[in-house]
Every structure is written in structure tokens, then in C-alpha cells.
Design a protein around this ligand. Structure first.
Ligand code: AMP
Ligand code: MG
Length: 411
């Protein structure tokens, strides 16, 4: 059947095909704290200057530069103190020659004053102050609009919201903003041997860890997992469960996409109206990977082996979810590191090898995390990166530079 003879494509081709079927979702309004780690869907402009008025950067005395030009430790200048000004209060007075106003950090600069002498350079008396140091024009004054000017665009559509942006949104008076929606991602694990984590075990049963790793990966991207549970290797059951996921924005199945006698996932997806885009990618682990669309909705048939499943998600599903959520950056950061051991591989396939990256004397190094079988989940537990070895390489030597995708947020 032609349907099954779709030949193997490269990782880059697969990614290109997938992303061409993925489109950013619509928008929703959320509070600015809920906007954290989301992508903003509107340009944000400042409605007024920040700070609104010239104000003091120091606790000290607001006064006229002219009056203290010759102030020094030996010859302090004496000025009359006419007011005590806390932050948030505007002085009604105009500062005249020979006068000073005691001012707190953040308080608006009184009319007539053009410099602030920090309290450390003064000595207070009863109704007067001695100034021991001359400050320059505008010294210790934060000018109106020095942070943001009225009309400035402070955040642009497509920016990812971090704590600094949350604060900026608050600064410009926005409590709610428009952000890209988060996709619902339905996950179905298939296999007669699977039980859920609290299910009854016997010798042949294995716990469906993929149900949880995949849901965690979805959550980790900021999308919303819908755990459809486990389906036995029966077409009707797979179809029924997948059907329950049709409300989601993305469908993911795990296992049953190889050529085994019980690998029905592709058939079922076809029954549900899937247009197959490709099956099988020239990579390791993770070669059996089906991608298609049902009514435009992306469907990923991921391989069942725990490491293959995670790595396929990393390479294909994560960038897709990032794109749906409006992110400009779809991929993990990639660094160059010095490989500490030799790696041999097959030509014609891209390898993703679990690695532990370390930094020594300003240089990055990487080692493999041991046994690399696609069922060895511990190789992922120990990893903080994926070493990427290109298709055209057969061997990399210790000391060679390799590219590593960084998986952890913190290093
Ligand atoms: P399959 O793709 O169905 O041939 O499965 C490949 C391997 O992955 C088998 O050893 C399965 O037992 C294992 N496997 C499949 N699904 C899961 C799952 N949900 N959690 C953990 N291991 C799985
Ligand atoms: Mg199976």
C-alpha cells in the first residue's frame, strides 16, 4: 500500500513539514501575573512619563546649585530649611535664594531647586543645614521620563513575558493584557502491556511512564496536557479514546507506530480522517514517528520507547507548541562543548545522545550519560543536554567539538 511506503525523511525535512502545518493560536486576556512565560499579543505603549515628575534619587536637601558652588568641608554653606518633603508629596513652595528643602528619595523636586545634596554631605541644625559639598546641576535628580516617555512602545507583540515585563506592564498601568492562547494537548498511550501508575501489576505489565513524561513535557512548555489514559492494542479502543481527544488542539499518541503486528495507531488515525504527512525520520532514537493532520489539527504518533518518545517530543512537538503559543524562539539553546569520549554511529541518521554538560575554567565539556538504549529512561534523568551528531558523521573523537541542546533551565 502506498500509504505505508512513505520513505524516511531527515530531521530537518520533518521539522520543516511539521512547522508548515502549525499556526499560532488566537488570543485571550489574562492578568499580568498570569501572563508570565506567555507571549504578549499586543503592543504596549506608555500613557505618561515614568517617572511622572523630576524627583530626588537620594535622601538629602533640594536646593540651588548657585548657592553652594563654594561649599567644602572647611567652608560649609549654611542654608535655611523651609520644609520637610516626604515621597509622594509635591511642595507648594518655590525655593528662593539661600533656602533648602529637606527631601526624601522619590519626592518631586520643588520649583526653583536644581540639585540635591545627599544627607551624608550635610549637617542639620535647628532650622538650618550646613552643606559640605557642591553638587552639580541636576545631580541626584531623576528626570521625568528618564525610564519611559509618554508614547514609547515599552513591550512589543510577540515578546515573551518575564518578571521584568510584568513589572513594566504594572508601571504603565496595565493589569490585564492580551496573550496567545495555550494549546490543549491530548495524550494517549497505547499498548497491551501498559498499566497506569497505580494499576495492578504482574510480571509482564509495565507502568505507562510515557503518560506522565509526555504530560510533563507539555506542561513544561506552558501548554495544557489532557491525559486520555491508556488504550489496549485494539483498533476500536484506540479510536474511541483518540476520539475523546478531538476537542484538543494537538493529538499525541505514544507507541504502536512501528511495523509490529499490533501497531494500529496509523490505521486508526487514518480512520479518524488523518492526512498523513510523513512516517519515519532518519534519526536515532525515535525513527518511527508519524505526523499528519485531522481537519488541520496536528497529530503526532510518537514511538513508545520512553527515550524515543521524549526525544521526539523535544525535537518536533515542543517547537510546534512554542509556535502555537506565539514564541519567536522555538528551539532550546544550543552550545558547543568538547566531547570527553569517542562516539560511533551509523551514517545517514542524526543522533541525539543524552549528555551531561559541565563547565570547567570557562570551557564547556560533555560526556554521555552511559547506556543509550531507547528504553533507558535513566539516561534522560542523568542528562542536562542532548548531544547532536549530524547525519554525515560516523564517528566523533574525544576532544572534538560537538553541538549540545541544553535541556535544563538552570545550569
Ligand atoms: P511499541 O512502539 O508499541 O513497539 O513500544 C516500544 C517499547 O516502548 C515497548 O518496549 C513498550 O513496552 C514501551 N512502551 C510503550 N508505551 C509505553 C509507555 N506508555 N510507557 C513506557 N513504556 C512504553
Ligand atoms: Mg506496543
Amino acid at each position: 500500500m502506498l500509504y505505508y511506503s512513505l520513505s524516511m525523511i531527515t530531521v530537518d525535512e520533518a521539522l520543516g513539514k511539521i512547522l508548515s502545518h502549525i499556526h499560532p493560536l488566537g488570543f485571550e486576556k489574562v492578568s499580568i501575573l498570569d501572563a508570565l512565560e506567555r507571549v504578549i499579543a499586543e503592543d504596549i505603549y506608555a500613557q505618561r512619563n515614568i517617572p511622572p515628575l523630576d524627583n530626588s534619587a537620594m535622601d538629602g536637601y533640594a536646593l540651588r546649585v548657585e548657592d553652594i558652588q563654594n561649599a567644602s568641608q572647611e567652608h560649609p554653606i549654611r542654608l535655611e530649611v523651609i520644609e520637610d518633603l516626604p515621597a509622594g508629596v509635591i511642595s507648594k513652595k518655590k525655593l528662593e535664594k539661600g533656602k533648602a528643602i529637606r527631601i526624601m528619595t522619590g519626592a518631586p523636586i520643588p520649583k526653583g531647586a536644581d540639585t540635591v545634596v545627599p544627607v551624608e554631605e550635610t549637617k542639620q541644625g535647628d532650622g538650618f543645614v550646613l552643606i559640605f559639598k557642591a553638587t552639580a546641576l541636576d545631580e541626584n535628580i531623576r528626570k521625568s521620563g528618564e525610564d519611559v516617555k509618554k508614547g514609547d512602545r515599552v513591550i512589543s507583540k510577540g515578546d515573551a513575558i518575564r518578571p521584568a515585563e510584568v513589572g513594566m506592564l504594572a508601571s504603565v498601568g496595565r493589569s490585564f493584557v492580551s496573550v496567545y492562547q495555550r494549546p490543549l494537548v491530548a495524550i494517549l498511550c497505547t499498548g497491551d502491556e501498559l498499566v497506569d501508575v497505580d494499576g495492578e501489576l504482574d510480571e509482564v505489565k509495565i507502568i505507562s511512564s510515557n503518560s506522565y513524561t509526555l504530560a510533563a513535557q507539555v506542561k513544561d512548555c506552558g501548554a495544557i496536557p489532557v491525559q486520555l489514559g491508556i488504550a489496549k492494542d485494539r483498533k476500536e479502543e484506540i479510536e474511541e479514546k483518540l476520539y475523546q481527544g478531538m476537542r484538543a488542539d494537538v493529538l499525541i499518541s505514544s507507541a504502536g507506530v512501528s511495523v509490529g503486528d499490533y501497531d494500529f495507531v496509523k490505521d486508526v488515525m487514518k480512520n479518524l480522517g488523518m492526512e498523513m504527512v510523513f512516517w519515519k525520520v532518519a534519526m536515532r532514537p525515535g525513527q518511527p514517528l508519524a505526523f499528519g493532520t485531522i481537519g488541520g489539527k496536528p497529530v503526532f504518533g510518537l514511538p513508545g520507547n520512553p527515550v524515543s518518545s521524549m526525544i521526539s517530543f523535544e525535537q518536533f512537538v515542543r517547537p510546534s507548541l512554542q509556535k502555537m503559543m506565539g514564541h519567536r524562539i522555538l528551539f532550546r539553546p544550543v552550545i558547543e562543548a568538547i566531547l570527553k569520549e569517542e562516539i560511533k554511529k551509523l551514517l545517514g541518521r542524526r543522533y541525539f545522545i543524552r549528555g551531561a554538560v559541565s563547565f570547567e575554567k570557562g570551557q564547556s565539556f560533555v560526556t554521555t550519560t552511559g547506556e543509550q538504549g531507547s528504553g533507558i529512561l535513566r539516561s534522560m534523568v542523568k542528562a542536562n543536554g542532548l548531544i547532536v551528531i549530524p547525519e554525515d558523521q560516523e564517528r566523533v573523537r574525544a576532544g572534538d567539538k560537538v553541538k549540545v541542546q541544553l535541556l535544563d533551565r538552570n545550569f
